[in-house]
Design a protein around this ligand. Structure first.
Ligand code: HEC
Length: 250
């Protein structure tokens, strides 16, 4: 399953958990005529809170892993999302501490809960909400690319898109080590036989031909090279896409 789809589905569980949290809190604190099952509602609220915390920590772990592995360049939306996610974790920690240790803050819990609900919705909307609507519920792969690249390519951003799932990156790395490292250094821009590939898809232009650094032009380089590089036109499209997804992480 693509990383972003998995992440989005997990966020929907978080959303459901947030709704349960809000409902139980409103029932306990919001009603004038107190219901008899108040204690049960409190228990549900607490258990649900723990589930919410575990899910948030799990997702944070996944996101960090993804950032480290792909060295993805964060855009404005991703920055906002990270900021909101950090706020969620901080407010949650406050709630846990105020409930269990620093009881003097107990009276602030209700306000903290409302802020938490608000921030959680924004957090989910800026990631899962965006992803699911932009990809028609995971059916299309989202576009990646730095703003510089998009500027370089202008509106004619061509069709091929770098994959970002770990499996594709792993396969691409194997192919790259097998077929490309003889002439290219993935970790620098030093020229061996061909130019180094560090940041190859993050820079606006390809190093030798000066064409826009987009997946299509890498594919073109492999199928019919610009100058002296051997052709890799025998590689199936699948391998090509995997190599590109690895190049995208450099
Ligand atoms: C035998 C040496 C050799 C091998 C193997 C090789 N390349 Fe190249 N590559 C070159 C040379 C030389 C250039 C300089 C441009 C040219 O001659 O086309 C180059 C240029 C490139 C460029 C930049 C093109 C541009 O427009 O600036 C990319 C991207 C590239 N190679 C990717 C790859 C990938 C991916 C592989 C492995 C599948 C690979 N190369 C394997 C020699 C090689």
């Amino acid at each position: 399953m693509p990383f972003f789809l998995l992440k989005s589905l997990l966020s929907l569980v978080i959303l459901a958990s947030a709704l349960v949290g809000i409902y139980t809190a409103f029932e306990v604190f919001g009603r004038v005529d107190q219901k008899s099952n108040r204690d049960n509602l409190r228990k549900i609220h607490r258990a649900n809170g723990i589930l919410f915390l575990v899910l948030c920590l799990g997702l944070t772990y996944l996101c960090f892993g993804f950032l480290v592995r792909t060295k993805a360049e964060p855009n404005v939306r991703v920055m906002f999302h990270s900021l909101l996610a950090i706020s969620v974790l901080l407010i949650l920690s406050f709630k846990v501490l105020a409930t269990n240790i620093y009881r003097q803050f107990y009276a602030r819990l209700q306000t903290a809960g409302l802020i938490l609900a608000f921030v959680s919705f924004c957090m989910i909307a800026t990631s899962a909400g965006y992803y699911l609507s932009a990809t028609k519920f995971g059916k299309e792969i989202p576009a990646v690319g730095s703003s510089e690249q998009k500027k370089a390519v202008g509106e004619e951003r061509a069709g091929m898109i770098a994959r970002i799932d770990p499996e594709s990156i792993r396969k691409g790395k194997e192919l790259y080590e097998d077929k490309c490292t003889f002439c290219h250094d993935p970790l620098s821009n030093e020229t061996l036989t061909g130019p180094g590939h560090k940041g190859i898809l993050k820079n606006p232009r390809l190093p030798v031909s000066g064409k826009p650094a987009i997946p299509d032009n890498i594919a073109a380089q492999l199928r019919s090279p610009f100058k002296d590089m051997p052709s890799f036109s025998y590689l199936p499209e699948e391998d090509l896409l995997n190599i590109i997804s690895f190049l995208n992480t450099l």
